[in-house]
Design a protein around this ligand. Sequence first.
Ligand SMILES: [Zn+2]
Ligand SMILES: [Zn+2]
Length: 362
Amino acid sequence: MSTVKAAVCHAFGEPLVVEDITLRGPQMGEIEVTLKAVAVCHSDISFAEGAWGGSLPAVYGHEAAGHVTSVGEGVVGLAEGDPVVVTLIRACGSCPSCAEGKPTICGTPYDGDKGPLTTADGGTLHQAMACGAFAEKVVVDQSQVVKISDDIPMEAASLIACGVITGVGAVVNAAQIRAGQDVVVIGAGGVGLNAIQGARIAGARRIVAVDMSEEKLEIAKEFGATDGVLATDKKPFVQAIRAMGRGADAVIVTVGAIPAYDQAPRYLAPGGKVIMVGMPHSGEKSSYEPVILAAIGQGMQGSKMGDVVIKRDIPWMVDLYQQGRLKLDELISGRWRLDQINEAIADTKTGSAKRNVIVFAD
Ligand SMILES: [Zn+2]
Ligand SMILES: [Zn+2]
């Protein structure tokens, strides 16, 4: 048992409250990680605003990095002192999805109300996204954690846990882009910039960024976009196809806007596919013409968390960062203390493409 400071959501839409909570020690298969950095993700904000429901009080935060400070029984390959990335991808290892090598869609439910967190007076405290990383320490399942080399800055490492694996993985794992293919990325925000750099890493020929903002299109070029098209233009897919000389092998939709989904198949080459990453609100619907997809062999495919296998994919991403081939530091727009978390959230909501990171003192 330890007492740690955490940012707690007591009511949807209200500021988070930084207070002492109780964290029990790691049990079978679990690990305690003392955090160095946790990034603020748009999903944390959606949860805190009540967009997706869930139990309260709750601790959000799921893009984290730190050092292992305690290990439970049955933990393999991790020891105290190891630097790690902490993700929300909790995988049981034995359900049909896990058995097929798809841990991001593990079918075994997790009840965050019965997790390692309680309020200071012993009340129920929900560990959101199996993580609860807006806190000085977390206790998570070993499946959620990857050991990394000790010479990557923790702020950069924390970003890999969500936005980076989601964007890069959508291109590399879901679309399986190979050298010479053409990719369109709709939305040049946190995930979109990572899809763009994933396409560059995969050796794509043309990488067309589509966004509502000129400024974001300029940033997209720094991450590897070869062309930029304003989504506000009448037929952005016509311009994108002109830039590529043909349709795209993959269109990565990284925003949750329905018009983006409605238009996405229009960018495709015969045989190409739309990778659906951005998450519209529940109940919203998109439309497309099945006859076209059927006639020229196109596809639409959902991708959760970049279809990553974290222990396979995160170490190579760290390596590419160290070689200067994966940009992480450039994704950080601000650094904050935990007691400034509401300011960090407000700044993220202004729509900046980049990430705010909470940094914990030594
Ligand atoms: Zn996230
Ligand atoms: Zn599973």
